[in-house]
Design a protein around this ligand. Structure first.
Ligand code: PGA
Ligand code: ZN
Length: 438
């Protein structure tokens, strides 16, 4: 039983406030911290911020903290819920809020409680968190699937100050024999990437973006991809490492077109691309580079382009839906019906409870989609998503660069899980799209 629930303000990797919740039971104290994205897409649940510009640039979470301490905590303790019964706890939280997007109590307040309860549930059972999550999801367990990591080595879009349009350029060591080796490949490639980038573009080109990758101010995606391909070759992993992109196209969608110069003052509407031209651009990149995955190629409002081009991309790369589906079961069902993608990006704080995130993943699996667990650009030392990826057998995970501790905390946790499981673990490797085959 829960004797205490307590929330406080701590900070994320951007230096913005966020919520940490401690749940105390007879087994001890279990804590969770929630992350925050740079995007607040309209389909996402509400990340409740104070909006008081005199403090934290309006990003304070004092109201959300009060909501935990003064509303959620007494109500949950009074209801005397079992911490291993995640579904009942999450239903209770959803009902207590009562709004579709969790705007009354705040999805950040609700998620922090939901995750701290999940950790308390694992603690009560004496199980590792990934195993508790696998039990909750009723997914078969042995061998556990260790996800193929997508490392964001080069940052653009709204995560960086440079000109580069697309948000994420990731390396994917699917040909490594284990997760541990995949991380080694990635760190070696990342060091080479830094060196060749500074040699070519000068020292400031190795400055970092929000997700810990380098953020050179390049004009084109081709220049970024050339650097990455050279780094992969330089490290000797040519046939073992693929490239993944997150265009985050909603951010450069303007008046029904796509503005590659959206961060520049000199952006000219005559240069905007139509969705057809943008699709052609992607196809050119896919032909030229070893790209295996493409996330958010079109804007979240541009369903038509998603529907039109998925059949063209299918078989060449996996198409990952992030902003358009926002980890929201009803929208995922629509996306499946309209055949817009074949991978769901799973972000806990887009939906706000663990149970709903598990439901979202299961809807995707039932349709034959893959699932990729994701961090947010504003992260912390909390490692819940590492256990989530293993517990849900998602076979793919992204947590930013192979550097910086808020990113590496998750990769390190997966290293630990793989190490502890020994022969009961299988690295997803090239089967990252089809964990059911493992
Ligand atoms: P965000 O970016 O966390 O800033 O939303 C991550 C992504 O787009 O995948
Ligand atoms: Zn994304």
């Amino acid at each position: 039983t829960i004797s205490k629930i307590y929330a406080r303000i701590v900070y994320d990797s951007r230096g913005d406030p966020t919520i940490e919740v401690d749940v105390t039971t007879e087994k001890g104290k279990f804590s969770a911290i929630v992350p925050s994205g740079a995007h607040h897409n309209s389909n996402e649940c509400l990340d409740l911020r104070d909006g008081d510009l005199s403090k934290w640039n309006g990003l304070g979470v004092t109201q959300a903290v009060h909501n935990v301490n003064d509303i959620i905590a007494p109500a949950i303790i009074k209801a005397n819920l079992d911490v291993t019964d995640q579904e009942s706890v999450d239903e209770f939280l959803i009902d207590l809020d009562g709004t579709p997007n969790k705007e009354k109590l705040g999805a950040n307040a609700i998620l922090a409680v939901s995750l701290a309860v999940a950790k308390a549930g694992a603690g009560k059972k004496g199980s590792p968190l990934y195993k508790h999550i696998a039990d909750l999801a009723k997914l078969h367990e042995y061998p556990f699937v260790i996800p193929t990591p997508f490392f964001n080595v080069l940052n653009g879009g709204i995560h960086s100050g440079g000109e580069l349009t697309f948000q994420e350029f990731m390396i994917v060591p699917y040909g490594a024999p284990s997760f541990f080796e995949a991380v080694r490949y990635a760190t070696e490639i990342f060091h080479i990437l830094r060196n060749i980038t500074t040699e070519k573009y000068g020292a400031t080109a190795a400055n970092l973006g929000d997700e810990g990758g380098i953020a050179p101010s390049l004009d084109t995606a081709n220049e970024a991809l050339d650097l990455i391909v050279s780094a992969i070759k330089g490290a000797g992993y040519e046939d073992k490492v693929g490239i993944a992109l997150d265009a985050a196209a909603s951010d450069f969608y303007k008046d029904g077109k796509y503005d590659f110069n959206f961060k520049s003052k000199n952006s000219n509407p005559n240069d905007y691309l139509t969705s057809d031209q943008l699709a052609e651009f992607y196809l050119g990149l896919i032909q030229k580079y070893p790209i295996i995955s493409l996330e958010d190629p079109f804007a979240d409002q541009d369903w038509e382009a998603w529907v039109k081009y998925f059949p063209t991309f299918e078989g060449k790369v996996q198409i990952v839906a992030d902003a358009i589906t926002a980890t929201t079961p009803e929208i995922i069902e629509k996306a499946i019906e309209k055949k817009i993608a074949n991978v769901l990006l799973l972000k806990l704080n887009q939906i706000g409870t663990l149970t709903e995130a598990i439901d979202a993943a299961k809807i995707a699996y039932d349709a034959g989609w893959g699932v990729q667990v994701s961090h947010r650009s504003g992260e912390t030392e909390d490692t819940t998503i590492a256990d989530l990826a293993v517990g849900l057998r998602t076979a793919q995970v992204k947590s930013g660069a192979p550097a910086r501790s808020e990113r590496f905390a998750k990769y390190n946790q997966i290293i630990r899980i793989e190490d502890n499981l020994e022969q009961y673990a299988r690295y997803a490797g090239k089967d990252f799209h089809d964990s059911n085959k493992i």
